[in-house]
Design a protein around this ligand. Structure first.
Ligand code: ZN
Length: 434
């Protein structure tokens, strides 16, 4: 035994040395790059600070503060960002990199007719557009029939093979048997947009499979419509949801729930999910329960807005559909109850790169201030998604930074004017002034 262990140690030691030597040969300079960023102002995730500058060292922020007080070490490169506001990289709360807008191809046809290779190829372009739009992190809530393609997509981004945001992925997502889609004739079995389960054994197995293959989050559909024309109904029993959450939690992963009915939302909340996605029919009562249990709402107002337009609503010209008015009421109830808000638009239903649409609608049509949604999409989402290393501009955090023209704390429209993007200290979009 002693000999074995000794030999083992030697082998490990040699491997480490080799690895170290190899890594060293590939990176001729071991000194991390120092960059001083000089914008007109810094929004640090909470407040705007005119005249501040930021020092980046390698992939992290080293210092932030008034430009004239910031240390400028020898050898630091200066990047002037005149007239721009520097802010933490935005965090998308609800995306589907493997989907593209439903007015291009219906969801059913994407799931049934598009090959996984095609969907992944599209997803690489979606990831690039998301990053270019200033979103340096995205919570991607389900591949919608593309199996575990998000695992490889995330790896490709992490390995620097393709540009894209840092991803938190949900892989296949979980639905109750018979309660999702696509549905064709009852005689035809077709692949589903998520993994179907019923009963304790299948639930435990699916949760472990998905987490085992790389899911950062488990997503469950707590309710859904049984046919294209019927309303949503709760799909899982309380016991099933409880077990699903307990199983994920014991593996250290949170559960998020798609739910729009009060009863689906109530069961998911009682089970201990962290966020409810959509919540369109949420009542004062269920929002109060969410608030009590610390469950956040990710309202995805942009999804309903887009789908209503795909169905013929000509915004500003034809009367507002019932769905839109109803959503505005439920959002008011959520605000009144004091439910925490995750900011995410269900992007994929509409075009990737157009992520800001959710923030714009929250400001223009739901009474939020630009500062509220900006905090939400930076420090707020970081907190809700357990990401203490980002969402703010502060020393030691990741250098995920974006520069926009104008003041986004006053005008949400400024977030459309992304001029410069850095992720982990690497610049992905250059300001025109440079
Ligand atoms: Zn979604």
């Amino acid at each position: 035994m002693i000999l074995c262990s000794h030999v083992g140690k030697l082998v490990v030691g040699a491997a480490l040395l080799l690895h170290f030597g190899h890594a060293k040969a590939q990176t001729p300079t071991s000194t991390p790059q120092l960059i001083v960023l000089q914008p007109a102002a810094v929004f640090d995730g909470e407040a705007l600070h005119p005249g501040w500058a930021v020092l980046v060292e390698g992939e992290r922020i080293r210092a932030v503060g008034p430009a004239n007080q910031l240390p400028t070490p020898a050898g630091a490169r200066t990047v002037a960002l005149p007239g721009l506001t520097l802010l933490p990289g935005l965090i998308e709360g609800h995306s589907h990199m493997l989907l593209h807008p439903y007015n291009e191809t219906t969801w059913n046809d994407q799931v049934l007719l598009e090959s996984q290779a095609l969907r992944v190829a599209r997803a690489t372009a979606h990831a690039a557009r998301t990053l270019q739009a200033g979103f340096t992190t995205a919570r991607d809530l389900g591949t919608e029939g593309a199996d575990y393609a998000d695992v490889g997509l995330k790896q490709a981004i992490e390995q620097g093979l393709i540009p894209g945001p840092r991803l938190l992925i949900a892989t296949r997502a979980i639905v109750a048997t018979g309660c999702y889609g696509p549905k064709l004739s009852v005689d035809v079995e077709v692949p589903q947009g998520a993994q179907e389960v019923s009963g304790p054994d299948e639930i435990v197995r699916a949760v472990r499979e998905q987490i085992g293959k790389g899911a950062d989050i488990v997503k469950v559909y707590a309710d859904y419509r049984l046919s294209a024309t019927s309303p949503s109904v709760p799909t899982f029993s309380q016991d099933e949801l409880n077990l699903l959450v307990v199983t994920a939690r014991s593996l250290g992963k949170p559960v998020v729930a798609h739910a729009s009915t009060p009863e689906g939302m109530r069961r998911a909340t009682l089970a201990g999910v962290e966020t409810i996605e959509h919540g369109d029919d949420g009542t004062a009562e269920v929002f109060k329960l969410m608030r009590q249990r610390g469950v956040a709402l990710c309202p995805t107002v942009a999804a309903g807005d887009a789908i209503s337009q795909y169905r013929g609503w000509r915004k500003g010209q034809t009367p507002e559909p019932e769905r839109i008015a109803h959503k505005r009421q439920s959002m008011q109830a959520a605000r009144k109850a004091g439910v925490a808000l995750a900011i995410g638009g269900d992007v994929g239903v509409f075009a990737h790169g157009d992520n800001v649409r959710e923030l714009e609608l929250l400001v223009r049509e739901h009474g939020f201030t630009p500062l509220e949604v900006l905090r939400g999409a930076t420090s707020g989402n970081a907190k809700l998604f357990h990401l203490p290393d980002r969402g703010r501009v502060a020393p030691t955090l990741l250098a995920d930074l974006v520069a926009v023209a104008g003041d986004p704390t006053q005008d949400v429209q400024a977030l459309r004017q992304v001029q410069w993007v850095m992720k982990g200290g690497t610049i992905y979009r250059q300001a025109q002034q440079q």
